[in-house]
Design a protein around this ligand. Structure first.
Ligand SMILES: Cc1ncc(CNC=O)c(N)n1
Length: 225
Protein backbone atom coordinates (compact mmCIF):
# COMPACT_ATOMS: atom_id res chain seq x y z
CA UNK A 1 0.00 0.00 0.00
CA UNK A 2 1.19 3.50 -0.72
CA UNK A 3 2.25 5.53 2.27
CA UNK A 4 0.18 8.59 2.91
CA UNK A 5 2.38 11.66 2.53
CA UNK A 6 2.97 13.66 5.72
CA UNK A 7 0.77 16.68 5.88
CA UNK A 8 2.77 19.79 5.12
CA UNK A 9 2.02 22.79 7.23
CA UNK A 10 2.52 26.51 6.81
CA UNK A 11 5.94 26.50 8.44
CA UNK A 12 7.43 24.05 5.93
CA UNK A 13 5.90 26.06 3.11
CA UNK A 14 7.46 29.26 4.46
CA UNK A 15 10.84 27.61 5.01
CA UNK A 16 10.83 26.51 1.36
CA UNK A 17 9.85 30.00 0.24
CA UNK A 18 12.58 31.62 2.36
CA UNK A 19 15.12 28.82 1.96
CA UNK A 20 18.16 31.06 1.45
CA UNK A 21 17.74 32.95 4.74
CA UNK A 22 16.86 29.68 6.51
CA UNK A 23 20.09 28.12 5.27
CA UNK A 24 22.04 31.29 6.16
CA UNK A 25 20.73 30.95 9.75
CA UNK A 26 21.23 27.20 10.16
CA UNK A 27 24.52 26.76 8.22
CA UNK A 28 26.31 29.95 9.11
CA UNK A 29 30.10 30.08 8.54
CA UNK A 30 30.63 30.10 12.32
CA UNK A 31 28.63 26.89 12.75
CA UNK A 32 30.32 25.27 9.76
CA UNK A 33 33.72 26.21 11.27
CA UNK A 34 32.79 24.42 14.51
CA UNK A 35 31.86 21.33 12.51
CA UNK A 36 35.02 21.32 10.40
CA UNK A 37 37.25 22.13 13.36
CA UNK A 38 38.63 25.37 11.91
CA UNK A 39 36.78 27.53 14.44
CA UNK A 40 38.69 30.39 15.96
CA UNK A 41 38.40 30.07 19.74
CA UNK A 42 38.10 33.80 20.25
CA UNK A 43 35.00 33.67 18.00
CA UNK A 44 33.60 30.92 20.19
CA UNK A 45 34.25 33.01 23.30
CA UNK A 46 32.52 36.02 21.75
CA UNK A 47 29.53 33.87 20.88
CA UNK A 48 29.46 32.41 24.42
CA UNK A 49 29.56 35.86 26.02
CA UNK A 50 26.86 37.29 23.80
CA UNK A 51 24.64 34.22 23.98
CA UNK A 52 24.70 34.21 27.77
CA UNK A 53 23.28 37.75 27.71
CA UNK A 54 20.77 36.73 25.04
CA UNK A 55 19.54 33.77 27.06
CA UNK A 56 19.00 35.94 30.13
CA UNK A 57 16.72 38.09 27.98
CA UNK A 58 15.11 35.03 26.42
CA UNK A 59 13.89 33.84 29.85
CA UNK A 60 11.21 36.58 30.24
CA UNK A 61 10.20 35.98 26.61
CA UNK A 62 9.63 32.26 27.27
CA UNK A 63 7.88 33.13 30.54
CA UNK A 64 5.54 35.27 28.47
CA UNK A 65 5.02 32.44 25.97
CA UNK A 66 4.11 30.28 28.97
CA UNK A 67 1.52 32.79 30.17
CA UNK A 68 0.04 32.99 26.68
CA UNK A 69 -0.05 29.18 26.48
CA UNK A 70 -2.08 29.16 29.71
CA UNK A 71 -4.42 31.97 28.67
CA UNK A 72 -4.82 31.75 24.90
CA UNK A 73 -4.45 28.10 24.02
CA UNK A 74 -7.33 25.68 23.86
CA UNK A 75 -4.93 22.79 24.47
CA UNK A 76 -3.69 22.11 27.99
CA UNK A 77 -0.60 20.32 26.67
CA UNK A 78 0.82 23.57 25.19
CA UNK A 79 1.58 24.81 28.69
CA UNK A 80 3.46 21.61 29.51
CA UNK A 81 5.67 21.87 26.43
CA UNK A 82 6.58 25.50 27.15
CA UNK A 83 7.12 24.80 30.85
CA UNK A 84 9.61 22.10 29.88
CA UNK A 85 11.46 24.66 27.76
CA UNK A 86 11.53 27.15 30.60
CA UNK A 87 12.82 24.48 33.00
CA UNK A 88 15.69 23.61 30.67
CA UNK A 89 16.68 27.28 30.53
CA UNK A 90 17.43 26.97 34.22
CA UNK A 91 20.00 24.24 33.48
CA UNK A 92 21.21 26.23 30.52
CA UNK A 93 22.11 29.28 32.60
CA UNK A 94 24.08 27.02 34.96
CA UNK A 95 25.80 25.48 31.94
CA UNK A 96 26.76 28.93 30.65
CA UNK A 97 28.30 29.80 34.01
CA UNK A 98 30.38 26.61 34.08
CA UNK A 99 31.39 27.09 30.45
CA UNK A 100 32.28 30.74 31.18
CA UNK A 101 34.70 29.77 33.92
CA UNK A 102 36.19 27.09 31.65
CA UNK A 103 36.99 29.74 29.05
CA UNK A 104 37.92 32.51 31.51
CA UNK A 105 34.95 34.59 30.49
CA UNK A 106 33.74 37.14 33.02
CA UNK A 107 30.07 37.57 32.08
CA UNK A 108 29.52 40.53 34.41
CA UNK A 109 31.80 42.69 32.27
CA UNK A 110 30.37 41.68 28.87
CA UNK A 111 28.70 44.46 26.91
CA UNK A 112 25.86 43.42 24.59
CA UNK A 113 26.67 44.13 20.95
CA UNK A 114 24.20 45.83 18.61
CA UNK A 115 22.89 42.62 17.04
CA UNK A 116 22.19 41.25 20.51
CA UNK A 117 20.37 44.42 21.61
CA UNK A 118 18.34 44.49 18.40
CA UNK A 119 17.31 40.87 18.85
CA UNK A 120 16.31 41.46 22.46
CA UNK A 121 14.26 44.51 21.50
CA UNK A 122 12.50 42.38 18.89
CA UNK A 123 11.67 39.78 21.58
CA UNK A 124 10.33 42.51 23.85
CA UNK A 125 7.99 43.71 21.11
CA UNK A 126 6.72 40.14 20.70
CA UNK A 127 5.79 40.12 24.39
CA UNK A 128 3.02 42.64 23.79
CA UNK A 129 -0.54 41.40 24.35
CA UNK A 130 -1.37 42.70 20.87
CA UNK A 131 0.70 39.92 19.30
CA UNK A 132 -1.44 36.92 18.43
CA UNK A 133 -0.70 33.48 19.88
CA UNK A 134 0.05 31.79 16.51
CA UNK A 135 2.59 34.55 15.74
CA UNK A 136 4.33 34.11 19.12
CA UNK A 137 4.46 30.33 18.72
CA UNK A 138 5.92 30.63 15.21
CA UNK A 139 8.65 32.96 16.50
CA UNK A 140 9.34 30.71 19.48
CA UNK A 141 9.69 27.67 17.24
CA UNK A 142 12.05 29.47 14.84
CA UNK A 143 14.34 30.73 17.63
CA UNK A 144 14.73 27.23 19.07
CA UNK A 145 14.88 25.42 15.73
CA UNK A 146 17.81 27.49 14.40
CA UNK A 147 19.95 26.39 17.34
CA UNK A 148 18.75 22.80 17.12
CA UNK A 149 19.53 22.55 13.39
CA UNK A 150 22.84 24.38 13.67
CA UNK A 151 24.31 22.43 16.55
CA UNK A 152 22.97 19.08 15.39
CA UNK A 153 24.91 19.70 12.16
CA UNK A 154 28.11 19.95 14.23
CA UNK A 155 27.46 16.43 15.57
CA UNK A 156 26.47 14.72 12.31
CA UNK A 157 28.65 12.02 10.74
CA UNK A 158 32.01 13.20 9.52
CA UNK A 159 32.28 16.13 11.92
CA UNK A 160 35.66 17.35 13.18
CA UNK A 161 34.14 19.36 16.00
CA UNK A 162 36.83 20.12 18.62
CA UNK A 163 36.16 18.03 21.73
CA UNK A 164 36.03 21.10 23.99
CA UNK A 165 33.10 22.43 21.95
CA UNK A 166 31.00 19.27 21.89
CA UNK A 167 29.31 20.26 25.17
CA UNK A 168 27.76 23.29 23.49
CA UNK A 169 26.77 21.21 20.46
CA UNK A 170 25.09 18.56 22.60
CA UNK A 171 23.17 21.19 24.55
CA UNK A 172 21.10 22.14 21.48
CA UNK A 173 21.93 19.29 19.11
CA UNK A 174 20.63 16.43 21.28
CA UNK A 175 17.57 14.33 20.43
CA UNK A 176 15.55 15.58 23.39
CA UNK A 177 15.90 19.16 22.18
CA UNK A 178 14.97 18.03 18.67
CA UNK A 179 11.84 16.39 20.04
CA UNK A 180 10.98 19.51 22.00
CA UNK A 181 11.36 21.69 18.86
CA UNK A 182 9.08 19.32 17.02
CA UNK A 183 6.44 19.66 19.79
CA UNK A 184 6.66 23.45 19.57
CA UNK A 185 6.34 23.23 15.79
CA UNK A 186 3.20 21.10 16.11
CA UNK A 187 1.66 23.69 18.43
CA UNK A 188 2.49 26.50 16.01
CA UNK A 189 1.12 24.55 13.04
CA UNK A 190 -2.11 23.74 14.85
CA UNK A 191 -2.63 27.43 15.68
CA UNK A 192 -1.78 28.54 12.14
CA UNK A 193 -4.39 26.19 10.68
CA UNK A 194 -7.15 28.31 12.19
CA UNK A 195 -5.50 31.71 11.75
CA UNK A 196 -6.83 34.55 9.58
CA UNK A 197 -4.95 35.72 6.49
CA UNK A 198 -3.74 38.75 8.42
CA UNK A 199 -2.31 36.64 11.25
CA UNK A 200 -0.68 34.28 8.74
CA UNK A 201 1.03 37.21 7.03
CA UNK A 202 2.29 38.44 10.37
CA UNK A 203 3.57 34.99 11.38
CA UNK A 204 5.46 34.62 8.09
CA UNK A 205 7.02 38.04 8.55
CA UNK A 206 8.05 37.27 12.14
CA UNK A 207 9.56 33.94 11.02
CA UNK A 208 11.76 35.71 8.46
CA UNK A 209 12.75 38.36 10.98
CA UNK A 210 13.82 35.72 13.52
CA UNK A 211 16.02 34.15 10.84
CA UNK A 212 17.56 37.55 10.05
CA UNK A 213 18.26 38.19 13.73
CA UNK A 214 19.86 34.75 14.05
CA UNK A 215 22.15 35.42 11.07
CA UNK A 216 23.16 38.80 12.56
CA UNK A 217 23.75 37.06 15.88
CA UNK A 218 26.15 34.51 14.37
CA UNK A 219 27.88 37.36 12.54
CA UNK A 220 28.93 38.88 15.89
CA UNK A 221 31.25 35.92 16.47
CA UNK A 222 33.34 37.16 13.53
CA UNK A 223 33.96 40.41 15.34
CA UNK A 224 31.41 42.43 13.39
CA UNK A 225 28.70 44.43 15.12
C1 LIG B 1 20.64 33.73 19.64
C2 LIG B 1 20.05 32.47 20.18
N1 LIG B 1 19.02 31.91 19.55
C3 LIG B 1 18.46 30.77 20.03
C4 LIG B 1 18.94 30.17 21.16
C5 LIG B 1 18.36 28.87 21.64
N2 LIG B 1 17.43 29.02 22.68
C6 LIG B 1 17.81 28.95 23.98
O1 LIG B 1 18.92 28.76 24.39
C7 LIG B 1 20.03 30.79 21.80
N3 LIG B 1 20.61 30.27 22.90
N4 LIG B 1 20.57 31.92 21.27
Amino acid sequence: MEKKPEKRGMIDTWIDKHRSIYTAATRHAFVVSIRDGSVDLSSFKTWLEQDYLFVRGFVPFVANVLIRACKDSGESSDMEVVLGGLASLNDEIEWFKREGSKWDVEFSTVVPQNANQDYRRFLEALMSNEVKYPVIMTAFWAIEAVYQESFAHCLEDGNKTPVELTGACHRWGNDGFKQYCSSVKNIAERCLENASGEVLAEAEDVLVRVLEHEVAFWEMSRGGQ
